[in-house]
Design a binder for this molecule. Sequence first.
Ligand code: NAD
Length: 297
Amino acid sequence: MVVHPDHHHKLIDGRVISARVLDEVTESINDIKKNGIIPALAVVLVGDDPASAVYVRNKKLMCDKVGINSLEYKLESTTTETELLELIDRLNKDDDVNGILVQFPLPEHINKQTIINFINPNKDVDGLHPINAGKLMNGIESLVPCTPQGSHIMLKSTVDDLSGMNAVVIGRSNLVGKPMCQLLTNSNCTVTQVHSKTRNIESYTKNADILIAAIGIPKFVNADWVREGSIVIDVGINRITYERDGETKTKLVGDVDFNGVIEKVAYITPVPGGVGLMTVACLMNNTLKATKFQMEL
Ligand code: NAD
């Protein structure tokens, strides 16, 4: 991604903001280490999805960096649902494990929701357990899904007060779209959620002061869809292939047509270097938070 020098001030830089979150987390971990407490995150990977392997590796590297003990459980793709539940049961009961993350997608024979429901909500660092989703909806302190949490931090770092702003969220997944709407509502935004069945999406996005794109389709949001002077958070991570010098290459792009949209908006997050970095930082934050809660700190 090349950003024209005139547009640099428009970037919401995931590197800078995630570094700040990670500094705070590291400092707090160093503090509780004085009491002999070292947070531990168990990451469970079932099967050999290459993208998942990369995500798990990045999470482990970040744990090492901030001082979280990371425990990896790599299971065969033939692992049964019962076997996975047995492992989670052990991790739920193990006082030396503070956070449990099961990497998705899971093989088809395993029911994702059954797994989510079985994780101890106090160790649910992905914030997907219905108890945590319910707490977020009720405005009760909880473990909030990392990607919307990170996007929300980026917004708060960019504008002082989100009160009264028109926010439009494209997407309604339990992982991103729904909790994002909740966080924005809790920050006093007026929230509109649009999705795959919405008619005439641009009639909504054109009025957005804040636009969150969490769809999973490259360049879904173009310049005609966004309001002059608005803020765009691009959650999408899509790997696309392109041709250069007769070679087929791949790169990561968001859900927003970045080069077109940056001309019009006040602020935008880049991909890569945006929300993705915040997600990992917030996972560290959630692991710390879970540890403190369990230790009654
Ligand atoms: P998902 O597939 O579960 O949900 C996509 C949502 O987009 C759905 O709710 C659907 O209603 C909506 N949608 C699909 N097609 C649409 C259309 N034509 N018009 C309008 N809405 C449409 O995906 P997700 O887990 O919410 O992730 C969304 C994107 O964010 C993906 O690109 C994913 O890779 C990315 N993601 C990034 C991070 C990160 O760390 N940055 C984390 C999670 C997901």
